[in-house]
Structures are given as structure tokens and as C-alpha cells.
Design a binder for this molecule. Structure first.
Ligand SMILES: C[S@@+](CC[C@H](N)C(=O)[O-])C[C@H]1O[C@@H](n2cnc3c(N)ncnc32)[C@H](O)[C@@H]1O
Length: 269
């Protein structure tokens, strides 16, 4: 498909989906994540986030796109103070029910943190995005809002699907028979895309949007808001294949190609 047509195709669908956002999926998502987090949360995303955050007791942490609040108890266990911001009213309600005893949950849009009662300028030591930034758009106002909310020297930690290797509908595994090799196929990378997500197993209603951006958009967007990158983790899956004729090659590929990325940046002023 030519580039122009391709973009138009996604834009029409996008307009219908953004209005509802995550609300129609709230109960399905809450069931999938549960009290302590999905396997992805527990094995990969939350440990990487906590490692890069390196929290101290008494620090103030802002979780942006908090969902049903899965991160709150993990932050509370470090004796830091947790505030979650979530735009979906249903997810916010679920977060308060599940984890209201371990933190504060506020409704609002990541682009407009200054409009949320209870959030003040330069009042947080850290801001985090746990598997949420790729669901948010546009990036720059969000980075500006985070920089506004952070204290000088404060840090931002983002855990996301890897923008180089995991591009919904535009990447996947392949098998090259003559080399007995599992490879990763990337069809598109540099063009930012708005992608309606396919339903997850067990998900009966609602579709969300994923926003693909090349890595340079993240690094340059952070820098434009005065947030300078100082750490990165490229995270491979915890899954291993034990059976099947390709299991050795599959495991090798899974250990070489990271499907998640964690980055940390610091507010310079
Ligand atoms: C994949 S979920 C991740 C939720 C949670 N961090 C977790 O790991 O379970 C993405 C979340 O981002 C929220 N979100 C998307 N755009 C947002 C925005 N502009 N402001 C605040 N939250 C937003 C969605 O409503 C959704 O709850």
C-alpha cells in the first residue's frame, strides 16, 4: 500500500476508537492484570521499572496511565508515596477499589497534568510510564507535562514495547529453512503510525490504539523537554520453548531480540 493511502486507512478507524479509549476494555483488562500483575508485569516490566527507578523511602512517584493500579502496591512496598493518573473512568474506579489503600488515584489526561487538582508543579521525584506510553499521543505535550511535574534532578522511567522490534502489525517472527533460523521481520519503522490493536485472547469488546514512533522520537522528545537519557534496558522475554523441531532456534531468537525497552531520563534543571 502506498504511504499516503496507508496513513489514511488508519486515520478513519482511529477517529472512532479514540473517543471510547480503554473504558470498554476496563473489566477485561482488570481480569487479565489481576491483583499482582500479568506475567509480563511480574517477570519483565515491573522489575525493570523498579531497577531503573531506584526509589528511596519517602520519595513521591507519579504513575501516568496507571490503568487498574497494578504498580501502586509495588511502590508502596519501597516506602515511597504513589500517585496514579488515569484517563479512563472505569479503570480509575477499579484502581481505587483494588489498590486505593496503597496510593492515590486521580483522573486526568497525561497531556494536561497541570489541570489535575492534587498535582503541583515540581512536586515529584519520579514519573513512570508502565506499558502506557505507546498508548498515548501526541508525545511532546506529555513530555512537557512530566517535566513540569518533576523536581529538578527528578527522573522519568518509561517501560514500553520495544519500538524497534515490536511494531504492532508491522513486525513478527519468521523461519528461514536453509539457515534453520528464526528471524524478526520489521516491515515499517521510521513512519509514525496509529494502529488499531487486534483483540487479545478473551477480549470481547473494545479496541485500543497503539502509537508507533521510532526511537529517535522518544530520545529527542525527552531532550526537548529537558529530560536527558541516562539508562536503558533492552528486555528479552522470560518465555522458553522446550518442545518442537525449532525450539533451539526459537530460544536463541528470543534471547537476542528484545521485545520490551526501559529507559530512564533526568530533569536537568
Ligand atoms: C496498557 S494500559 C497500561 C496500564 C498500566 N500502566 C498497566 O501496566 O497495567 C495503558 C493505559 O494508559 C491510559 N492512557 C492512555 N492515554 C492516556 C492519557 N492521555 N492520559 C492518561 N492515561 C492515558 C489508558 O487509559 C490505559 O489505562
Amino acid at each position: 500500500m502506498a504511504r499516503k493511502q496507508y496513513k489514511a486507512h488508519f486515520t478513519t478507524k482511529t477517529q472512532q476508537i479514540t473517543r471510547a479509549g480503554w473504558d470498554p476494555l476496563a473489566h477485561w483488562y482488570d481480569g487479565w492484570v489481576g491483583k499482582d500483575g500479568s506475567h509480563h508485569h511480574r517477570q519483565l516490566a515491573i522489575p525493570s521499572l523498579l531497577e531503573l527507578l531506584h526509589l528511596q523511602a519517602g520519595e513521591d512517584v507519579l504513575d501516568i496511565g496507571a490503568g487498574q493500579g497494578v504498580l501502586a502496591p509495588y511502590i508502596a512496598r519501597t516506602q515511597a508515596n504513589y500517585v496514579g493518573v488515569e484517563v479512563s473512568p472505569r479503570l480509575l474506579r477499579l484502581a481505587r477499589q483494588r489498590h486505593g489503600n496503597t496510593g492515590t488515584f486521580l483522573q486526568g489526561d497525561a497531556r494536561y497534568l497541570a489541570r489535575i487538582p492534587g498535582i503541583q508543579q515540581a512536586s515529584f521525584d519520579a514519573a513512570v510510564f508502565l506499558l502506557s506510553i505507546q498508548d498515548m499521543n501526541p508525545l511532546q505535550p506529555i513530555m512537557d507535562a512530566v517535566a513540569w511535574a518533576l523536581r529538578g534532578g527528578g527522573r522519568i522511567v518509561i517501560v514500553m514495547t520495544h519500538p524497534c522490534f515490536r511494531i504492532p502489525r508491522q513486525s513478527g517472527w519468521g523461519w528461514q529453512e536453509d539457515r534453520k533460523l528464526q528471524y524478526r521481520r520489521i516491515d515499517r519503522y521510521l513512519t509514525p503510525l496509529t494502529i488499531p490493536m487486534k483483540p487479545y485472547p478473551g477480549q470481547t469488546q473494545g479496541t485500543t490504539l497503539s502509537f508507533h514512533r521510532p526511537l529517535e522520537h522518544y530520545v529527542n522528545g525527552l531532550a526537548r523537554s529537558g529530560l536527558l537519557l541516562d539508562q536503558m534496558r533492552e528486555i528479552t522475554t522470560y518465555k522458553t520453548t522446550s518442545q518442537g523441531p525449532h525450539s533451539h532456534a526459537e530460544n536463541l531468537a528470543h534471547q537476542e531480540i528484545p521485545l520490551f525497552l526501559a529507559i530512564r531520563a533526568r530533569k536537568t534543571t
